[in-house]
Design a protein around this ligand. Structure first.
Ligand code: ZN
Length: 407
């Protein structure tokens, strides 16, 4: 299978105009190949599981008013030359939960202390708005996100985030808040919101959104109704409706992305990569930072990564229907600063052969795709920013014979 990105995005999308054209482009192109140099982690899997966890009592005392530190205009102005940021994705912060989706409180603290000394943490809304409006961000911008609304976020992550004055966002499943024993309660959510924490949509009940796509004739309406009901519940409880959706398990397809776009949503995935001007606003990448990705040494490279400016892909649809991709995939990278001749791409942890021709990078996936989630990651060094790598990830989602996706 081939993915080719070409430079014709402007002419192709002129009719849509401005921002909508930009968003539409990303919807259609939905590309994700991450360029990882040989010494970088391959990040070939991202799994998300929901597990039971006993919740200890939350004894934090809350103070009214946001603890989020304002970024001074001076600081922002001193380093604003580009629109780029790394968004981190966490689930559990606990020693009691599954290692694949957890960091210990000590590891989480080490991540946050490193970020405090080396990066500028911004609210997720600032980063999305900068991408939408084409405005620059501090060159070391980072956002912190959590999926699933576990109580251990409040118990173990909130104190350090509050101490450091870091904004963060939690994507919640409203039907599970205050219901499942390991979840935050609405009271806790509201108290956190009072302190400046951002809450957004992770669907009502953490469904696999692509299940039964081809056997349920009302599939798209059904899953979109779920998204809208979750948004409505968050709005009624918290009085906010950002229309930010983090896809459960990171799973989406072009039809769903288009439906979300029509209705003013921004989508967040679980494939890795920095975000920037050319990012797909219906599938913004985030770096998983738990389990095998919690290593601070490799996390530093990701925090410093740059959004690969892929302007066209020949493989826009992440949901595949076969376990073999027979065509070559070609990406067109519209950026002179990318050292494409040093590009490295990996599929499921294995380096794959790439062919570079000018601004085009092509590769084939010869492995059999597994049921569930897999991805190609590609990185290439920046020519002008020593030690920084452009990063791009392309996810693939394959259902089982029953049209279902595994956790
Ligand atoms: Zn989740």
């Amino acid at each position: 299978m081939l993915i080719t990105l070409n430079r014709e995005r402007k002419s192709s999308f002129t009719a849509l105009g401005g921002l909508r054209a930009c968003i539409a482009l990303f919807t259609l192109l939905s590309f994700h190949c991450v360029f990882a140099s040989a010494h970088l982690p391959t990040d070939s899997t991202a799994s998300e599981t929901k597990t039971e966890q006993s919740t200890s009592a939350i004894k934090d005392s809350f103070s009214k008013g946001s603890f989020i530190k304002d970024k001074t205009p001076e600081k922002a102005a001193s380093s604003t030359q580009m629109t780029n940021a790394a968004i981190l994705l966490y689930h559990h912060v606990s020693t009691q939960t599954p290692s694949s989706t957890s960091v210990t409180p000590d590891t989480f603290t080490s991540h946050m202390e490193y970020i405090a000394n080396n990066h500028t943490v911004l609210p997720l809304t600032d980063i999305v708005n900068a991408i939408v409006e084409g405005k620059p961000l501090p060159k070391d911008a980072v956002a912190i996100t959590f999926d699933d609304g576990y109580a251990n976020i409040l118990e173990n992550a909130h104190p350090i985030l509050k101490k450091l004055g870091f904004s963060y966002t939690v994507f919640i499943n409203p039907n599970e808040i205050g219901v499942a024993p390991q979840q935050l309660t609405w009271e806790e959510v509201k108290r956190m919101q009072d302190e400046g924490v951002i809450f957004a949509n992770h669907t009502l009940d953490h469904l696999h959104m692509l299940n039964y796509e081809f056997t349920d004739e009302n599939w798209l309406e059904r899953v979109f109704e779920n998204v809208e009901a979750a948004e409505k519940k968050i709005d009624s409880e918290l009085g906010v409706s950002l229309k930010y959706l983090a896809y459960p398990f990171g799973e989406y397809n072009l039809a769903l992305a288009a439906k979300l776009e029509e209705n003013g949503y921004v989508g967040f995935g679980q494939h890795s990569g920095a975000v920037g001007e050319t990012s797909n606003l219906l599938a913004l990448p985030r770096f998983p930072a738990a389990g095998p990705y919690a290593n601070l040494k490799t996390l530093k490279t990701k925090l410093n990564s740059l959004a690969m400016p892929v302007v066209h892909t020949t493989h826009a649809e992440p949901r595949v229907r076969s376990n073999t991709l027979s065509d070559t995939i070609t990406l067109t990278v519209d950026e002179e600063d990318v050292s494409l001749n040093q590009v490295n791409c990996f599929y499921s942890g294995k380096n794959i052969k790439t062919h570079v021709d000018g601004e085009k990078v092509s590769f084939a996936i010869e492995s059999t795709l597994p049921v569930g989630r897999s991805r190609v990651n590609c990185t290439a060094p920046s020519k002008s920013m020593a030690g920084r790598f452009y990063w791009y990830s392309m996810p693939f989602f394959l259902a089982d014979d029953n049209g279902r996706y595994p956790d």
